[in-house]
Design a protein around this ligand. Structure first.
Ligand code: B1M
Length: 213
């Protein structure tokens, strides 16, 4: 029986080696990956977020917790991206975190799950200006551009990216947005084609956007 409270605590305390070890143990025991992710890793990080908000934790501790979370994600990554034998790509998605924003854990998770669902993922990283999104979308002939923002101060930049794609004559490329402060309503407001609340729903969205292209 998995002890998720213990895994939550190890993420919270930033104990990367313990997070890696326990995550591997649960994977070996055949615990479903979505449960390890949601009840273990993400739930632990949610408590970090709460305590960060109320100044119980500060940036250095959050960075250490993020490192531990990434150690756990590295264990489940091969399972998330394991292909089901169909080698044809479902579509090409350029993913990045927008300019001014350094958060990448959620984006990385979306990338892993989308890769597992057969999409070709071009991850351009964090703190990306619209020029980089356009460059990557052109170079890789993207079907979809996915943007992540975790800060209320950086989410307006999503509109800038959407507008610049239009200005560059790339309005045919589907624009998807996500991140903790983003919502369906906000996606409509910035002129995006869709919103993903979490990694599985983003994969569904990517399928839908490709089908409607
Ligand atoms: Co930051 N931070 N942080 N932080 N941080 C938040 C976002 C915050 C809510 C914390 C809080 O106050 N409770 C707050 C934002 C407040 C606001 O804007 N209203 C905040 C702040 C203030 C800051 C700094 C300004 C702090 C400071 O310096 N004083 C600073 C900003 C730095 C910058 O970006 N310029 C900062 C820094 C950091 C760290 C570097 C220490 C670290 C990031 C490490 C990293 O990512 N490599 C960090 C972290 C870890 C967090 C919290 C605690 C956790 C984020 C996370 O990884 N969650 C976060 C609190 C929180 O969100 N509750 C917080 C787990 C992840 C799986 O979930 O990212 O939501 P999430 O992704 C989900 C969905 O949102 C969705 O799918 C994912 C999987 O389910 N999704 C997408 C995400 N992107 C998507 C893109 C898509 C689709 C779906 O495209 C189609």
């Amino acid at each position: 029986m998995p002890d998720y409270a213990q895994l939550n605590q190890f993420v919270y305390e930033g104990k990367a080696k313990d997070v890696q070890r326990i995550t591997q143990e649960y994977v070996d025991e055949g615990i479903p990956v979505d449960q390890i992710l949601n009840k273990g890793l993400i739930a632990g990080m949610s408590v970090v977020g709460e305590d960060f908000k109320y100044n119980i934790l500060y940036v250095p501790e959050v960075l250490i917790a993020a490192r531990a979370m990434k150690a756990g994600l590295a264990v489940v990554k091969p399972l998330l991206i394991a292909q089901d034998g169909d080698s044809s790509s479902s579509g090409t998605v350029v993913m990045g975190t927008v300019k001014g924003d350094l958060h990448d854990i959620g984006k990385n998770l979306v990338c892993m799950m989308a890769e597992g669902a057969g999409f070709t993922i071009i991850d351009i990283g964090v703190d990306q200006p619209y020029e980089k999104f356009i460059e990557a979308a052109k170079e890789h002939k993207a079907d979809i551009v996915g943007m992540s923002a975790l800060l209320t101060t950086t989410m307006p930049y999503m509109k800038k990216v959407v507008d610049e794609f239009e200005n560059a004559g790339l309005g045919d490329i589907k624009m998807a947005v996500g991140g903790a402060p983003v919502s369906e309503m906000y996606a409509d407001e910035v002129g995006a084609d869709g919103y993903g609340s979490d990694a599985p729903s983003s994969v569904e969205l990517f399928h839908k956007l490709c089908a409607s292209a």
